[in-house]
Structures are given as C-alpha cells and as structure tokens.
Design a protein around this ligand. Structure first.
Ligand code: FAD
Ligand code: NAI
Length: 518
C-alpha cells in the first residue's frame, strides 16, 4: 500500500483531485452537448390539427426562451419570423469591430426546433398584419428568392407576439438615410465596413485636411448602453489595431458620444456613471452630454446644446461614421394591432399587457419582450424571463385541460358504475384528480427578478450593478470585465456559441482584429 501523504499535503491532494474531477466532468458535459446538438430528435410527431394552434411571432429573446421551455406536444406550434436564427445581442457591439465574428453569436432556429419533442412549423416570413377579428396572421416572404406564393395567411387559436422593437429616430430628418443602427447582424457588418471605408478614404492620395478630419470623426448618438458599449469597442479597435496598421490616422481618429441627457448610462448607479465618464476621458472618447441632435445630413449633424451663458446654441458636427443608438420604437405590425384593439388606445411604447402577459383587450393573445409594456425596461433579461414564464403557463394550461377532460370522463363513469363499491372507487379517483388540478392551476402572475445590469466600456473594463440579496453591488474595472466575459459566456445560447466566442476572443487577442473591408 502507498504510504499516507504527510498531513500538510492532504488538503493539496484533495484540491488537486477536485480540480481534475471537475475538468473531466466539464469536458464530458461539453462533449455530450456537442454530440446532442448534432443529433436532432428523429421521430418528431408531425403537427396535430386536432390540437390548438399556437402561433409565435419572432425568434428573439422572448420567443426563443418560450420555445425552449414549451412542451410542443401540447399544441400545434407555428413560428413566424423573418430571421431564421436567434441572435445573442449582448455581444453584438463586439461584432462591429471584429472582436467577435457575427456567426459565433447566431444560433439557427432550425437546429433548435429539431430538438423539440414534437415538430414545430417555421415560416421565414414577416408578419405584416394581425387580423384579430378573423384570428389570422398575414405573412409575407421578404427574402430575395420568392416562389409562386410569397404571401399568405396563418390562422391561430393562441398567439404570442415577440417581434421586438424598431430603432427610434423621433422623426429627426436624415437619420434613416445617413445614420447606421446597431440592432441586427447586418447593422454590425455595415458599421465594420464603414469604419474601414472611412479610414481608407481618409488616407486617399491628396485628401484635404478638413476632409480627413471629418472622415476620421466617429460619432455615436445616444448614451444608453448600446452607444456606450459601441464607443468603447471602437476606441479599443483604434488603440490596439487601427493605429498600428494605418499610422497615418493616428493623430486624427476621434470618437464622440452625443447624449441629450446630463449623463450617459442613466440606468446605472451614480458612481458607475462617473466611473464610465472618467474611463472614457482616459480613453480619449469625447462625451457631449446635454446635446440633442436635431438634424442629420450626409456629412454633419446639427446638435442643440446649452452654452455656458445658458443660451441654446446649434452647432454643426462633421462626421465620417454616424451610429444612431437612441432606443426603441414600435414596429408597424404592433402599431397597427394597437389600432384594432380599443383597450390599447393609450398604448404608446408597446402593447399593454396584464400581469399574466395577456394583451389587454384581447383573448388568447400574449406579448413578450420589447414589444410589450409591463413596466420593465426593454432588456433581454426581461424578455427571456417573460418567455420562460409563458412557457410554464402554457404547459400548465395543457395539463389543466388534460385533467379536466379526465374528470369529465370519470364523472360519466361514476354515474354508470355498477354498485356502491365501484362508485366509491371512481369517487376517490375524482378527489385525487381534483387535488392535482388545484395544484396545477396554482400559477402566480409573472414577476420579474432583476439580476443586475452589465456593460462593457472599453479598455478591458466593464461596469456592473448586481442585485445581491435585497441590496445592490456596484463595481467597475478589469475584474468586472472578467465577470462580464464569464457571465456572457455562460448566457450564450449553445455550447457551440460558447466555444466559438472563446475562439474569437483568443483569435483577436493573438492576431489582432482583421482590418480588411469586404
Ligand atoms: P428581439 O430579440 O429583438 O427579437 C425580435 C424578433 O422578432 C426577431 O427575431 C425579429 O426578426 C422578429 N420580427 C421582427 N419583425 C417581425 C414581424 N413583423 N413578424 C415576425 N417576426 C418579426 N439586453 C440585456 O438585457 N443585456 C444586454 O447586454 C443587452 N445588450 C444589447 C446590445 C445591443 C446591441 C442591443 C441592440 C440590445 C441589447 N439588449 C440587451 C436588449 C435586448 O437585445 C432586447 O431587449 C431583446 O432583444 C428583446 O427581445 P425580444 O424578443 O423582445 O426582441
Ligand atoms: P436607451 O433608450 O437606453 O438610450 C438611448 C439614449 O439616447 C438616451 O439616453 C436618450 O437620452 C438618448 N437620445 C435620444 N434622442 C437623442 C438625440 N436626438 N440626441 C442625443 N441623444 C438622444 O437605448 P439603447 O442604448 O439603444 O438601449 C435600448 C435598450 O436595450 C435599453 O433598455 C437598454 O437597457 C437595453 N440594452 C442593454 C444593454 C446592457 O445591459 N448592457 C446593452 C444594450 C442595450
């Protein structure tokens, strides 16, 4: 037998064992997840027309977290969305500069649906109208390739609206024509190309100094988390890659963040706002607060601010790249639906829902995420909790219907049962089922649990307001950045996404970001 280790080495040996056992466990789990993701369910039962048709609009945070938890055997599920993938939006700002490649944060909806117990129909289409009276959705194939049929109707018994929101422009002239948004994969690709185009054009032979100045001025409008994260990523890109590969632009490249309110990141605590503003100063990002953009042309924005004398002044700010991140607005589909429902006449920011996420004034219509107004911020966290809660509720509803049908059968059986003994036996069964029914029906209203807010602010620093017990922990810096990274890796949709994002992070830190324009 091996000699017993000395006492002082025992804890070390235990720790070592724990480490390698967790490593083996982790690797095993990862391999299983990869294997599982490649093997869809083979005998998915087809949609059953005798069941109720549940139509889900959208493949974003709200709809996908609903579909993830929904027992699809209970309903005839149909998904309609112009986007045949789920997008992990928290890492989208990193795609604008190539820290992460966009496909690493996309998960095809087909892969995901093929893992459900019962099959789900998916139509790549945009819902153009919800006809509540006729209980049908009008859908349109907006893709480049169209067949003989490119628009049709989908009837529904139950409907979940999870179409998210559009970019708000507040009707400011020129924004849609000249600005770039940051909501979808295409937006991130456009921004990445525009950054490179501006840099290459600024170094074009005999370019005038004023034009160089303009082209290398990157303006971000909106000091919410989208604008702040993008500005941070852009400055990182310049500091670690652009100035190395294009030294000519070194002295002239500037990032400016324009915000109408007195400070950026209004949803974060005061100390984190100050920390972000201080970090931006160190990174040489200019913050222009209390500055409201009123007009956009192809080469400059017109912004109104209050001068030191308290008087309003309008100035022209030339730009090469303009990223517009001023929050959310209603999608036309939602605006049209609001008009159809009298109870929604006062809804301005989205569909008013009750505590069960039912659209007010409707029956069997629910809304989740950014298109619903339930007194929570329009975030992924809220949308995914709403979707998951709704799935639980639908699963319970199906169980309730099942038990109620069984109860109906049993009461007929009880009436026709021969003799007292048989009747008593059925009675006991009924009592048991009624108890189960009461338990199943016990689902409380939706309650949101805020886990905190996180944002990347550049230079490998992040800010976090984390809810802890009944309080709040505010932290900012490099450790918070490590926490930000691990939290987002953990939240990624699939093992495949997690691995790809880690590879991208490693790739960009080893080789630098790619500065080619496609
Ligand atoms: P979305 O996720 O936007 O999904 C909407 C879906 O509906 C899409 O699939 C779309 O294609 C589809 N759709 C659109 N129109 C139609 C139609 N007519 N018919 C059918 N389908 C339609 N939140 C956080 O909590 N943390 C973060 O770190 C964070 N980072 C973000 C970073 C960026 C750059 C952005 C833009 C947002 C970020 N958010 C974050 C906010 C978060 O992404 C949204 O709150 C969330 O996506 C809302 O989910 P949703 O399901 O309502 O809508
Ligand atoms: P936002 O609504 O949070 O911020 C938009 C900002 O633009 C506001 O501060 C507003 O004052 C400003 N603005 C509006 N019009 C303006 C004008 N004309 N000129 C100058 N400034 C103007 O929008 P954002 O950042 O797009 O976020 C949308 C939602 O997504 C929010 O709910 C946010 O919490 C969430 N989100 C969360 C993230 C995170 O948690 N890390 C990251 C990105 C988004």
């Amino acid at each position: 037998p091996l000699p017993k280790p000395k006492k002082k080495f025992r804890w070390f040996r235990a720790l070592w064992r724990l480490t390698y056992l967790s490593a083996i466990g982790g690797t095993g789990y990862m391999c299983y997840s990869i294997w599982e993701s490649k093997h869809p369910v083979e005998d998915q039962p087809p949609p059953d027309p005798s069941k109720k048709t549940l139509v889900v609009l959208g493949t974003g945070w709200g709809s996908v977290s609903l579909l993830k938890k929904l027992d699809t055997e209970n309903y005839n599920v149909v998904v309609v969305s112009p986007r045949n993938y789920f997008l992990f939006t928290p890492l989208l700002p990193s795609c604008t500069v190539g820290t992460i490649e966009h496909r690493s944060i996309m998960e095809p909806i087909r892969n995901f649906l093929r893992h459900k117990k019962a099959s789900v129909r998916y139509y790549e289409a945009e819902a153009t109208k919800i006809d509540y009276e006729r209980r049908v959705i009008l859908i349109n194939d907006d893709s480049d390739i169209k067949g003989d049929v490119s628009s049709t109707e989908v009837p529904f018994d139950m409907l979940v609206i999870g179409v998210g929101a559009e970019n708000a422009t507040f009707g400011i002239p020129g924004v849609r024509e000249h600005g770039l948004f940051l909501k979808e994969v295409g937006d991130a690709q456009r921004i990445r190309n525009r950054i490179m185009d501006c840099c290459e054009t600024a170094t074009f032979k005999d370019q005038t100094p004023d034009e160089v100045q303009r082209l290398l001025h990157m303006v971000v409008v909106g000091g919410g988390p989208t604008g702040v994260e993008f500005a941070g990523e852009l400055q990182d890109f310049f500091n670690s890659d652009l100035k190395k590969w294009i030294p000519d632009i070194k002295e002239k490249f500037r990032v400016t963040l324009v915000e109408a309110l007195p400070n950026v990141l209004p949803m974060f605590s005061k100390q984190l706002i100050d920390y972000t503003e201080k970090t931006f100063k160190e990174e040489t990002i200019t913050i222009r607060t209390k500055t409201m953009v009123k007009n956009v042309t192809d080469k400059y924005i017109e912004a109104e601010s209050t001068g030191p004398d308290g008087k309003k002044q309008v100035e022209k700010i030339p730009y090469g790249l303009l990223v517009w991140a001023t929050g959310n607005a209603l999608r036309p589909l939602v605006a049209d639906f609001i008009k159809q429902i009298p109870a929604q006449k006062d809804s301005r920011r989205g569909l008013a829902v009750n505590e069960y996420l039912v659209v007010k004034g409707c029956e069997n219509v629910w809304a989740v995420g950014d298109c619903a107004v339930a007194n929570y911020a329009p975030t992924a966290q809220v949308a995914s909790q709403e979707g998951a809660w709704l799935a639980r509720m639908f699963n319970q509803m199906a169980k309730t219907h099942e038990i109620e049908a069984e109860l109906k059968e049993l009461s007929v059986k009880q009436e026709t049962a021969p003799g007292k003994e048989a009747r008593d036996a059925v009675f006991t069964e009924i009592k048991e089922l009624q108890k189960r029914l009461r338990r199943v029906k016990q689902i409380g209203p939706f309650e949101y649990t805020h886990q905190g807010s996180l944002a990347y602010i550049g230079s490998e620093k992040a800010v976090a307001d984390i809810s802890w017990l009944s309080g709040n922990i505010a932290s900012g810096g490099t450790l918070t950045y490590i926490f930000w990274k691990s939290a987002y890796i953990n939240m990624c949709f699939s093992t495949r996404n997690r691995i790809l994002v880690c590879i991208d992070w490693a790739k960009s830190s080893i080789f630098g970001r790619d500065v080619s324009r496609v």
